[in-house]
Design a protein around this ligand. Structure first.
Ligand SMILES: [Zn+2]
Length: 123
């Protein structure tokens, strides 16, 4: 008799590897995420220093809080927009910024984007 607790999740057939187009899509999303975070950092620094120039007025604080809330909302939107091409699990729930190695839901692997070696002559 099989013990159902020994293998709570029997390894089913692995999902087909991602196609080139699906890879491109998740890589684009990852670049978006990194670009957005870089932008958010600059925006936060700029807002905070601007608020410092304006002094600690109520208005200045409101502007800072407003910008932070907007950035958080936009970040959440960008992060949870993309889904696993195989099982449609939200990628944003699996990783904060970078693409996970593989989908935690269906186990499909997310290959890393090809990196150009700095000053390399590869191809
Ligand atoms: Zn998946």
């Amino acid at each position: 008799m099989r013990n159902p607790f020994r293998h709570p999740k029997p390894p089913g057939p692995l999902p087909a590897p991602l196609t080139r187009e699906e890879c491109e899509r998740i890589w684009t999303w990852e670049r978006w995420m990194m670009g957005f975070y870089a932008f958010a950092m600059i925006a936060i620094l700029g807002t905070v220093s601007l608020a410092g120039v304006m002094g600690h007025s109520t208005q200045g604080r409101l502007v800072v809080v407003g910008v932070l809330v907007l950035l958080a909302l936009a970040g959440a939107f960008v992060q949870f927009r993309e889904k696993c091409p195989r099982c449609a699990a939200r990628l944003g729930r699996q990783s904060r910024l970078l693409l996970p190695d593989k989908c935690r839901h269906c186990g499909v692997e997310f290959p890393r984007p090809p990196r150009k070696p700095p000053g390399g002559t590869a191809r």
